[in-house]
Design a protein around this ligand. Structure first.
Ligand code: PMV
Length: 341
């Protein structure tokens, strides 16, 4: 593998969207399907800039945190994605500033960690390959250096790299976050199976309300695992019921029966509550949304805090948004799935 650097490369930027899980979180860790869609209103951005020295400086401006990759602890997710991506590309990470910013709330179930990883991997890929074709040819002609062995990253490569980092966030990630974010498409996801996208016959609108409580996925996933270990039969039965809901939801989305999604969201939420991953704040927002006219509502992602998704339409969206804010939501994003976001 060629380990040389490309001289004088240009800065490169890449972005990655947030995501929501529509149906099937937690059960997806145990081999059941889940449905997730990208949310383009929020995103993580990474810029790779050349430096005159050998250092790799990570500049996470949102967190007011700047550090040298050499000083990062082993479990630093940003250092890890840089190392893994460079290894995959066949280049040495040196002489780089990696700037990261994000509008995705951390710990909110909107995929902030995976989006940061995807944005960095994609920006590094661009930095070391696509934009340098001309430079590469010139350099090759002069026989100064050969960079022909630099690998071009596919979406599947980027998803796989981000998955390695997801394991830091919690030990047994299903892989749904990195998949939906790297492919930027609605996915019907089953752990370990090839990605399946599906048709959204009629757009539908969701209000995504932030409880303002950052809840690490790792804790909720760990608690579910312990509960499952203590009573496998009960939890497997809950996961089986989730699977039925996910398949009905896919059929409803593919056939344009959008109204059915409301009932299915409520049923999925009842099962998540039974799994022990809801919280008083989540329940308060769900009640407020439904009272204001939402046809269905549920938590999205790991739970315990994070975001709630509520099915709205043109008539109910403003009223639901107001009710959510009044009930304590820190912010509400209205997104149309399958339509212009
Ligand atoms: O909290 P998030 O957005 O990372 O979603 C986690 C989804 C879970 O099903 C709870 C875990 C997983 O790995 O799929």
């Amino acid at each position: 593998m060629q380990k040389s650097q490309i001289p004088n490369p240009k800065a490169q930027t890449a972005i990655a969207p947030g995501k929501i899980i529509l149906f099937g979180e937690h059960a997806v860790v145990y081999g059941r399907p889940a449905i997730a869609v990208p949310v383009l209103q929020v995103s993580a951005q990474a810029t790779i800039e050349p430096r005159d020295d050998e250092h790799v400086i990570i500049d996470a401006s949102d967190l007011a945190h700047q550090y040298d990759m050499r000083d990062a602890p082993d479990d630093d997710p940003i250092a890890m994605i840089i190392r893994l991506t460079c290894m995959k590309l066949g280049v040495e990470p040196r002489g780089l500033t990696v700037r990261i910013s994000s509008t995705i709330p951390i710990g909110g179930g909107l995929g902030s960690g995976a989006a940061v990883s995807v944005a960095i991997a994609r920006a590094l890929g661009k930095y070391f390959t696509t934009e340098h074709t001309e430079d590469t040819e010139k350099i090759n002609k002069n026989s100064v250096i050969s960079v022909t062995s630099v690998v071009k990253l596919s979406d599947a490569d980027i998803s796989a790299l981000a998955y390695e980092v997801e394991k830091l966030h919690h030990g047994t990630p299903s892989g749904i976050d990195n998949t939906v974010i790297a492919f930027e498409q609605p996915v019907y996801f089953v752990r370990g199976k090839p990605i399946e996208t599906f048709r959204i016959a009629r757009p539908f609108t969701l209000a995504i309300a932030d409880t303002g409580i950052a809840a690490p996925t790792k804790i909720a996933v760990g608690d579910v695992r312990r509960a499952w270990e203590q009573d496998r039969a009960r939890y497997e039965a809950l996961f089986d019921q989730v699977e039925k809901i996910v398949d009905k939801a896919r059929a409803a989305i593919e056939s344009g029966q959008v109204e059915r999604l409301g009932y299915l969201m409520n049923d999925n939420q009842a099962l998540l509550r039974e799994m022990g991953v809801s919280s008083p704040e989540i329940e308060r927002l769900i009640l407020a949304a439904k009272t204001a006219g939402a046809r269905g509502a549920k938590l999205s992602g790991g739970g315990r805090g994070g975001n709630v998704i509520c099915l709205v339409n043109e008539v109910t969206r403003d009223e639901v948004e107001r009710a959510l804010m009044k009930a304590g939501a820190k912010r509400v994003i209205v997104t149309t799935v399958g339509g212009k976001q």
